[in-house]
Design a protein around this ligand. Structure first.
Ligand SMILES: C[S@@+](CC[C@H](N)C(=O)[O-])C[C@H]1O[C@@H](n2cnc3c(N)ncnc32)[C@H](O)[C@@H]1O
Length: 245
């Protein structure tokens, strides 16, 4: 699939300018919910640690500048952090925000690529690393000229590629006009698939919603939660977050 560049919808300078303005204000509640999700996931991972008390490693796909990832705590659990993002401006921002240079005792690798190209080789190279899709899968529908059915098919295959691996994803499910939400979070216990039509009905009875084609990214056995993300004053995303172990 085509990768986003400096000015794309999914990443790039416009995205960073918006994220810089909003992450501590309009997005603050969403970012806290992501932090809680990631802490819960850490507890669900096998706890075998090295001498420094760290898990072996993590592959972050689409981390961008790490605007919605917790600045303290989460990444320090991993000895090796491998990041893959196709946005050429993201690495500098991520390294600065997460103070990567202050932590030379960890191994940091940034790969400027689309994850579709990089992931198979990374899975072979790092057989014990956990994998986290960082709000990237719901963006694939924007990226290129493939038919939507094909994009959805490829999204549905990811769980097979990751079979036997500890992995998690938070991704857009639907987005639409901002409106008052009765709740900022819903939880669903496994086994469950949250159908898009049911979700749209539950969170808003009227208005048009864009389907991000991610209904079947997570397998039914994954616990999941749906998080409210007011991306701007006029637009709202519902983001699904879940893990597989
Ligand atoms: C919505 S942003 C993610 C935000 C990020 N989680 C944060 O905390 O700042 C989506 C990111 O995914 C990246 N991206 C989009 N498609 C990609 C692909 N196919 N492979 C790798 N990265 C991709 C974009 O460059 C962008 O940085």
């Amino acid at each position: 699939m085509a990768a986003p560049g400096l000015l794309s919808h999914s990443g790039g300078l416009i995205w960073h300018a918006k994220a810089w303005r909003r992450h501590a204000t309009l997005w603050a509640d969403f970012c806290l919910r992501i932090e809680r999700f990631l802490i819960d996931w850490i507890h669900a991972l096998p706890q075998q640690r090295n001498e420094e008390g760290r898990l072996s490693g993590i592959i972050l796909l689409g981390p961008s500048g790490g605007w919605c990832l917790p600045k303290a705590g989460f990444l320090k659990h991993f000895q090796s952090v491998v990041m893959v993002d196709s946005d050429p401006s993201a690495k500098t921002i991520f390294y600065r925000r997460h103070q990567v240079r202050l932590h030379p005792e960890q191994d940091w690798i940034w790969i400027p690529s689309s994850f579709e190209q990089a992931l198979p080789a990374l899975l072979a190279r790092y057989p014990r690393h956990a994998v986290l899709f960082c709000n990237v899968l719901g963006q694939l529908r924007y990226q290129d000229s493939l038919p939507l059915e094909r994009i959805e098919f490829e999204l549905n295959q990811i769980k097979f590629l990751l079979s036997g691996r500890h992995w998690a994803s938070f991704h857009d499910r639907i987005s639409g006009e901002a409106r008052h939400a009765q709740s900022a979070e819903f939880e669903f216990s496994s086994p469950s698939v949250v159908q898009t039509a049911m979700l749209a009905k539950r969170v808003a009875s009227q208005g048009e919603w864009l389907d991000h084609l991610t209904e079947n990214v997570l397998p039914p056995q994954a616990d999941r939660r749906l998080l409210h993300w007011p991306i701007s004053l006029t637009r709202l995303h519902w983001v699904e977050a879940g893990w597989v172990s």
